[in-house]
Design a protein around this ligand. Structure first.
Ligand code: CP3
Length: 349
């Protein structure tokens, strides 16, 4: 089954925008919309017995995927999972320690990279496809289901360092010192991601997003090699099997490289963070692809007049073209629910 065909999609605002239409009231969803700022999420995570157990429990993962849609009426549900399930499916150990974030066994040398699995372990990802199918069967005909993966560069930063780092130095160093081995690692993640995204589409996802959270630390030459080229391969690989696949790219921090990213990768839409000048996004990106973004998550946390100003500015600068209203990065755990409601009211009038 090809869920990317658009015939049945006409009732879905987000899919219309991805076809290039401009909506008076843009579709809205938030990165990390299922998360710790919601009491119902915290309670379901506890029931599951931890974050990774939640990711691999289709019934409960489907439940937390739907929670923010029920509460706020978002135009999209994003699969509840994590980008680090791909390293798991490549045979690496991945844990999430409470309050500390992800811990993986670091992968620092050519021998370790050469020893990685050649293909993903489908048994690891099967429960995630089941979650996608469950969510799809429960969504109404207005809400779009978004799947996702991490971009190879961002996933590699965690695989190499074994944890979150302030500057992604371990991966950047490996890429300078041993680019052949690093390229081998990136290629493994590219192949795994193609298979994983196709699996999500086949299970019911209508759109996927490629999260390149750490794209912004790469210089222009490195950006082309480690962010653009692998993303382009994923887009091409997915569309070889699903020619109409809708793919949102989110190269966070790309700045001036966002335009070449759009032109070279072939993504269907581009996510921008809040540091991106909105009038430049309007003039350079929006003529080519729909733009997604870009409220500062801290403005949403702060609320009040600062939030209203941000919302009005997004609508003024980007609301005249194809726009998917979103944050510039994930919602923060301390965000008051009332601020999310305030933002939605202002966008939707
Ligand atoms: O957006 C959604 O609601 C869907 C679910 C989703 C999660 N992670 C759930 C999650 C998505 C799309 C992601 C993507 C992800 N995961 C990224 C790219 C986007 C981004 O935010 O930069 C990255 C870099 C990761 C890796 C990751 N997962 C880190 C570094 C952490 C720890 C930091 C943190 O926020 O705690 C996670 C944990 C994580 N992933 C949580 C959630 C809801 C919090 C864990 C918890 O509930 O205890």
């Amino acid at each position: 089954m090809d869920n990317t065909v658009t015939g049945r999609a006409l009732g879905k605002k987000l899919l219309r925008v991805l076809e290039g239409k401009c909506e008076t009231i843009p579709p809205v969803w938030l990165m990390r919309q299922a998360g710790r700022y919601l009491p119902e999420y915290r309670s379901t995570r506890e029931e599951a017995g931890g974050f990774l157990k939640l990711c691999f429990n289709p019934e409960l993962a489907a439940e937390v995927t739907l929670q923010p849609v029920r509460r706020f009426g978002f135009d999209a549900a994003i699969l509840f999972s994590d980008i680090l399930v791909v390293p798991l499916a490549l045979g690496r150990k991945v844990e999430f320690l409470v309050g500390e974030g992800p811990k993986l066994e670091p992968l620092g040398d050519a021998a370790g990279i050469a020893a990685l699995r050649k293909t993903i372990d489908v048994n690891v990802l099967a429960p995630i496809y089941e979650t996608v199918g469950r969510v799809k069967s429960e969504l109404d005909n207005k809400t779009t289901l978004i799947g996702f993966c991490g971009a190879p560069w961002t996933v590699a930063t965690y695989m190499v360092a074994g944890e979150a780092t302030p500057d992604q130095a371990p991966a950047r160093l490996l890429a300078y010192r041993d680019p052949e081995s690093f390229e081998r690692l990136i290629d493994r993640i590219v192949q795994a991601s193609i298979e994983y995204l196709i699996g999500q589409f086949k299970a019911g996802a209508e759109v996927v997003q490629i999260f390149d959270t750490w794209a912004g630390v790469l210089g222009p030459e490195q950006f082309e090699r480690w962010c653009v080229a692998p993303t382009q391969k994923i887009v091409e690989g997915v569309r070889r099997q699903l020619p109409t696949a809708k793919i949102i790219g989110f190269p966070r921090g790309a700045g001036a490289m966002a335009l070449p990213y759009v032109e070279m990768t072939g993504v269907s839409a581009v996510g921008i963070d809040w540091t991106f000048e909105r009038s430049i996004a309007r003039d350079t990106l929006q003529p080519r692809v729909p733009v997604q973004g870009n409220i500062d998550p801290l403005a949403l946390l702060a609320g009040g007049a600062a939030l209203d100003r941000e919302v009005d500015d997004v609508m003024k600068e980007l609301g005249g073209g194809p726009l998917i209203f979103n944050l510039g990065h994930g919602i923060l755990p301390a965000t008051p629910i009332a601020n999310v409601e305030r933002m939605l009211k202002r966008v939707r009038g």
